[in-house]
Design a protein around this ligand. Structure first.
Ligand code: NAD
Length: 354
C-alpha cells in the first residue's frame, strides 16, 4: 500500500504543526538539501506550453529517494473559479522503484515556495529588514506574508494588487490568522507606492507575458527583491534594466532552468548569477554591502518539492492514526503472476460476479 495525502490531510497536518512552524520546518529541510547539492541528480523541468498556460513535470533524486511533481500554471483560470496553480507529487524508493507516497502539492507548493522565499531572504536581505511590499494578493500571498512575518521579522506589510477584491481577501485572512497581532497591513495605491522605503519587495503576480511589475525607478539601494511570479519562458515581472543596476546580485536556484524560465531569460547567456547552493554553503557571499540590491530570481526547483515530500512522508509516519493508504501497486503472492493475482485471478472473478 502507498501512503496518500489529500487536501483534507494537509489541512490537518498544517493545523497540527502550525502554519508558520510548518514553513519553518520546510525551510530547514530545503536548506539541508541545498547544502548537499552535488548529491542530487538535477534536470530542468519538462514543460508543455499552450496559449493559456503550462503543465510541468519536475523530477529530483539523491540516489535514495526519487520525487516528481506535476504542476500547472494557468493565470486566466481564476476567472472561471479555478486555481492558477495546482500540483500533486510522488515520493519513491530508489532501491525498489516503489512509490512510497502520493500527495497533494497545491497547498504544499504555496508553503514550500514561501519557505524557500524566506530562506533566500535570510541569506540575502539586510538583517534588520522589517518592511515588505507584497505585489500580487492571490493564492500564494498569505503564505508569503505569514512566512516573512514569522520567520524573518517583517512587521510592516504594504500590499498591492490590480484586483481590489484580492487585496480585501488578503487583509481579511491575515486579520483572522493567529499570531499576526503585530503585523501592520497597509493597502497601497500602486506598486510604486507599496515599494517606497521597503526593505523587501515580493512580486507574486500571474500573467502569461513579459509583464513589467517593477521598474528601475522603484528600486532603492539595499532592497531585496523576491521575484516569485516570473517562472516561465515569456512570463517575467521585472523590467530587464533592474537586473543591470549597479550593485545588483542575482541569485537563482538551478542555473540551467532559470536561464530558460527566470527573470534572467531577458539577459544574454553570460549574464552573471549565483546558484543558491553556493550561498548556503558559504562559497559566495549573498550580500556584499548594505547598498547591494539582491534579487532572488525564484522559479521553483524540484529539490524543494523533494524536500517537502520527504518531510510530509516523515510527518505521516509519525501519525499512524491519521495515515491513509491507497492500493496503487498490486500486492502479489507471486510477483511474476500479475495476471493471476489481479484481473485473471479468483478474487477478481468473484468481485465481478457480485
Ligand atoms: P493567482 O492567480 O492566485 O494570483 C496572482 C495575483 O496577481 C492575482 O490576484 C492578480 O490580480 C495579481 N496581478 C496580476 N497582474 C498584476 C499586476 N500587474 N499588478 C499587481 N497584481 C497583479 O496566482 P498565485 O497562485 O498566487 O501565483 C502567483 C504567481 O506565482 C504565478 O505566476 C505562479 O506561476 C507563481 N508561482 C511561482 C512559484 C515559484 O516557486 N517561483 C511557486 C508557485 C507559484
Amino acid at each position: 500500500m502507498v501512503s496518500y495525502i489529500g487536501v483534507s490531510d494537509i489541512e490537518r497536518l498544517v493545523r497540527r504543526v502550525g502554519t508558520a512552524e510548518f514553513m519553518g520546518a520546510l525551510a530547514r529541510e530545503i536548506e539541508a538539501d541545498y547544502q548537499r547539492w552535488p548529491a542530487f541528480e538535477k534536470s530542468v523541468r519538462l514543460a508543455s506550453h499552450s496559449a493559456v498556460g503550462v503543465i510541468e513535470l519536475m523530477p529530483a533524486s539523491d540516489g535514495q529517494l526519487y520525487s516528481f511533481k506535476y504542476v500547472n500554471g494557468h493565470p486566466k483560470n481564476t476567472r472561471d473559479g479555478l486555481l492558477t496553480v495546482t500540483a500533486f507529487g510522488v515520493l519513491a524508493d530508489v532501491t525498489t522503484g516503489y512509490p512510497l507516497l502520493v500527495s497533494e502539492l497545491t497547498v504544499t507548493t504555496a508553503l514550500r515556495t514561501a519557505a524557500m522565499s524566506v530562506l533566500a531572504a535570510h541569506h540575502l536581505a539586510r538583517p534588520e529588514s522589517a518592511t515588505m511590499a507584497l505585489i500580487g494578493c492571490g493564492a500564494q500571498a498569505e503564505f508569503q506574508a505569514i512566512a516573512f512575518h514569522s520567520l524573518l521579522g517583517v512587521r510592516d506589510l504594504r500590499i498591492f494588487d490590480v484586483d481590489s477584491l484580492a487585496m480585501a481577501k488578503l487583509e481579511r485572512n491575515l486579520g483572522a490568522a493567529a499570531g499576526l497581532g503585530d503585523l501592520r497591513v497597509t493597502r497601497a495605491n500602486s506598486t510604486a507606492d507599496a515599494c517606497r522605503g521597503a526593505d523587501i519587495v515580493t512580486t507574486v503576480t500571474a500573467d502569461k507575458r513579459n509583464a513589467v511589475i517593477l521598474t528601475p525607478d522603484m528600486i532603492e539601494p539595499g532592497m531585496h527583491l523576491n521575484a516569485v511570479g516570473g517562472d516561465c519562458p515569456g512570463k517575467t515581472e521585472l523590467h530587464p534594466e533592474i537586473l543591470l543596476l549597479p550593485g545588483t546580485h542575482v541569485v537563482v536556484e538551478y542555473e540551467p532552468q532559470s536561464r530558460i524560465e527566470g527573470e534572467i531569460q531577458q539577459m544574454p547567456a553570460g549574464f552573471p548569477v549565483t546558484e543558491f547552493a553556493d550561498i548556503v554553503t558559504g562559497k559566495v557571499a549573498g550580500r556584499r554591502s548594505r547598498n547591494d540590491i539582491t534579487i532572488f530570481d525564484s522559479v521553483g526547483f524540484a529539490l524543494e518539492d523533494y524536500a517537502a515530500l520527504r518531510y510530509l512522508h516523515r510527518l505521516i509516519q509519525e501519525d499512524p492514526h491519521g495515515r491513509r493508504e491507497i492500493d496503487l501497486v498490486p500486492v502479489l503472492r507471486d510477483p511474476k503472476d500479475l495476471f493471476g493475482g489481479t484481473v485473471g485471478g479468483v478474487r477478481s472473478r468473484m468481485r465481478a460476479a457480485v
